[in-house]
Design a protein around this ligand. Structure first.
Ligand code: MG
Length: 382
């Protein structure tokens, strides 16, 4: 039985995790749930899963939950509440699926309390990969991937060290603007928010869907892979695979390529992270390759999708630069969402911000958060 704390229980990954827990009641028990502001769904989840503790951002909503649940569970609030849950004594593993930088402190707190962590929030490894991985080594805990790509690579590697790897191949659907003929570079200026939100293969939150359209999502994943699998950026590659069936691959030094395949369903990588190292029966995911017929692959178009180049650069330089990449992208996506900039200006904003940043090497957490703040005020928008 894995006793799981789920931070970000009402989001897209959070609700899928709750489904997996209901699928496998003998294997997974949700002992803690934390949500941002969806108190209604958090209360529903608490009734269904009976956790020991919950946490919600707003103190007024926490008070209401205390009134509704009485002594049957602890109710925490705010950022201290996230730390309380991340260090809950009975938890074996903390799954972090909070959007933004709010997951960073709880991730480190969980590691220092000796808990394994499962990472769904990109910011944790992109911003603080060096610190998170070295703390995890120091405390002898695992950092497991929940993202489909990193879960695939983890499954393909099967414990082999990075010295046996020629390349990691992260697959990308290519997003809604993959086709060069339908969407030439000149047309990127006119792409609307509504159009960019139509992702061809995954249903996800709004930020990650827009990041999939620019390929910044894949860029952030390259940096995550670099830290998770202890490998330099030069051996982290991206391959466009529109069907999203091959979730990623490992090319070993002897020339063998091992891939992990399935129909796209986040429940599978979530389940694997929570039942690892076991394979556990679940009929949810069914993949009919004959029916799918064809799997195709193509090189990413770096001219139309400069996000990949920017991310590679930020990952190679390291230090505080990946944090700046992440923050500048958030600012740019927000500005696009509000119609203040056009779609093709998103990577321009990020590129200009990277150019202006003075990198701090081997930063501590305060320096990382300072770089994040600097990028948020200095990302040139408009
Ligand atoms: Mg992904």
């Amino acid at each position: 039985m894995k006793r799981v704390v789920l931070l970000g229980s009402t989001g897209s990954i959070g609700t899928s995790t709750a489904k997996v827990a209901l699928d496998l009641p003998d294997r997974i028990r949700l002992v803690g749930l934390a949500a941002g502001n969806n108190a209604k769904l958090l209360a529903d989840q608490a009734r269904q899963h009976c956790p020991e503790a919950v946490s919600i951002t707003d103190p007024a909503q926490a008070t209401k939950l205390r009134e509704a649940f009485g002594d049957s569970m602890e109710v925490h609030q705010g950022s201290e509440g996230l730390i309380k849950l991340a260090t809950l004594p009975s938890a074996d593993i903390v799954l972090i699926a909070i959007v933004g930088t709010a997951g960073l402190q709880p991730a480190l707190a969980a590691i220092r309390a000796g808990k394994d962590i499962a990472v769904a929030s990109k910011e944790i490894l992109v911003m603080a990969g060096e610190i998170v991985m070295s703390e995890a080594r120091k405390h002898g805990v695992r950092v497991l991937a929940v993202d489909s790509e990193h879960s695939a690579i983890f499954q393909c590697l099967d414990g082999k060290p990075s010295s046996s790897v020629r390349n990691l191949w992260l697959t990308a659907s290519g997003g809604p603007f993959r086709s060069k003929t339908d969407w030439p570079k000149e047309s990127f200026r006119d792409i609307t928010v509504e159009r960019a939100l139509k992702h061809p293969s995954w249903v996800m939150g709004r930020k990650i869907t827009l990041d999939s359209a620019t390929l910044f999502n894949k860029g952030l994943e390259m940096i995550e892979a670099r830290w998770l699998f202890d490998i330099e950026m030069g051996r982290v590659q991206v391959l466009v695979h529109p069907q999203s069936i091959v979730h990623s691959m490992v090319e070993f030094i002897d020339g063998s390529i091992i891939a992990q395949l399935s129909t796209p369903d986040m429940c599978l990588p979530i389940q694997y992270a929570l039942t690892y190292p076991d394979r556990v029966l679940n009929e949810r995911v069914q993949t009919n390759l004959a029916k799918l017929g064809q799997l195709t692959f193509e090189e990413p178009d770096l001219g139309r999708f400069p996000a990949l180049k920017l991310a590679r650069h930020a990952g190679e330089v390291g230090g505080t630069l990946p944090a700046v990449l992440n923050a500048a992208n958030e600012v740019a996506v927000e500005a696009f969402w509000d119609n203040r900039i056009s779609f093709d200006q998103i990577p321009e904003v990020v590129g200009r911000t990277l150019d202006r940043h003075r990198v701090v090497e081997h930063p501590d957490l305060d320096q990382i958060l300072a770089a994040d703040g600097w990028a948020r005020t200095n990302a040139v928008v408009g």
